[in-house]
Design a protein around this ligand. Structure first.
Ligand SMILES: NC(=O)c1ccc[n+]([C@@H]2O[C@H](COP(=O)([O-])OP(=O)(O)OC[C@H]3O[C@@H](n4cnc5c(N)ncnc54)[C@H](O)[C@@H]3O)[C@@H](O)[C@H]2O)c1
Length: 337
């Protein structure tokens, strides 16, 4: 597909996943309109640094504001007539939602509602929205499949994402908007989030501080490497759902994961081996709202895009640590704006 002059909007463009997706879209010739409030949920400098890399590309145009502001968002949709919208902006994080629930309602429900309203009014080809494996909540049939019930969310974060999914389905049905909801499973890699396990563990181990291990380590996650995630999203762009005899709503729901469970203690060992340091470990009880296991069934996605995320966690950890060392030893001091 020739992508020149296709305008795409990426919300959350200065975030971890948004940044990588924008880089890919720009490399493929898309014009990218990035929107991000640069919220201070975690170190804003990391967001500014990611964004400063994107801004070097003349095909990237950035707007710094909050997507709860409908009128600002409307101007951007009207000015740029996007063909593709990638809605990634969100208040993320499971644990933070215990203390700051309103932030999730604002960004994830009101913000997503604004995006849907504007997609209703503009002629877009495909709206792709980020949801999360945590919507599976108390579901204990593994691997998690899109056909499993997801009615038992355990946190405001996952409940807000489930609300976004439901709203999206209704908008897709009512206004025939082609929408794909992607349920991401623990995404990691270079430029990753400081609030997530890999970043926290690497930082603590290097600082000689203890790492906090919940549920005494008896947990497992399906870890998705960022390049696999971006490859999957990119391949999905031309596969917008259509109305057919079988499908009355141009809506699809897809898991994106590595389709493998990794035990938390094995994940920690891989980090220790890479750093050549044994971590000081503090074993804690299960955190309220956390789930013991995530594991994605991605057959539906793989059939559509003919690609299977497959980066081994040891390789992904290696790439993250290389980035971490380089960023905090070089980039962080020299490229700061
Ligand atoms: N990283 C993961 O493991 C993971 C897993 C499941 C789902 N997700 C989802 O993927 C998406 C991207 O996650 P991420 O890891 O890149 O998180 P991130 O926090 O790095 O990125 C989100 C970005 O959105 C921006 N933002 C938040 N609220 C906003 C608002 N109201 N208006 C404008 N901008 C706003 C933030 O400033 C941030 O830069 C999110 O929707 C998240 O819920 C991520």
């Amino acid at each position: 597909m020739s992508n020149s002059n296709f305008n795409s909007i990426v919300t959350g463009s200065a975030g971890f996943i948004g940044f990588h997706l924008c880089q890919r879209l720009l490399n493929e010739g898309f014009n990218v309109i990035g929107i991000d409030s640069l919220s201070d949920y975690y170190d804003v400098k990391l967001k500014i640094d990611r964004n400063s890399i994107l801004k070097k590309n003349i095909k990237y145009k950035f707007y710094n504001f909050d997507i709860t502001d409908h009128s600002k968002l409307k101007k951007i949709f009207l000015n740029h007539s996007p063909k593709y919208v990638f809605h990634l902006a969100a208040q993320a994080g499971v644990r933070y939602s215990l203390k700051h629930p309103r932030s999730y309602i604002d960004s994830n429900i009101i913000g997503s509602f604004n995006i849907l309203e504007l997609c209703k009014e503009t002629d877009i080809k495909h709206l792709i929205m980020a949801s999360t494996s945590s919507v599976y909540g108390m579901n204990d049939s593994t691997p998690f499949s899109e056909s499993d019930k997801a009615d038992t969310q355990l946190t405001t974060y996952s409940a807000s994402k489930k609300a976004m999914e439901s709203l999206s389905h209704s908008y897709s049905y009512l206004w025939k908007i082609p929408i794909t909801i992607l349920r991401f499973f623990t995404v990691y890699g270079p430029w990753g989030r400081p609030d997530l396990a890999l970043f926290k563990f690497v930082k603590a181990i290097k600082d000689d501080s203890p790492i906090e291990i919940y549920n005494k380590g008896k947990m497992s996650r399906d870890f998705t490497y960022i390049d696999d995630l971006v490859e999957s999203i990119y391949r999905l762009i031309p596969f917008e759902p259509n109305i057919s005899a079988k499908n009355h709503v141009p809506y699809q729901l897809l898991n994106i994961g590595n389709s493998k469970r990794v035990n938390l203690m094995d994940f920690i060992s891989a980090i220790e081996n890479n750093l050549g340091i044994t971590a000081k470990k503090k074993f804690l009880e299960m955190q309220i709202g956390d789930v013991r296991e995530t594991w994605a069934d991605c057959k539906k996605l793989e059939e559509i895009i003919n690609f299977k995320p497959n980066t081994e966690v040891t390789d992904g950890i290696k790439k993250f640590i290389e980035w971490y060392n380089n960023y905090y030893e070089n980039f962080d001091n020299t490229n700061a704006k």
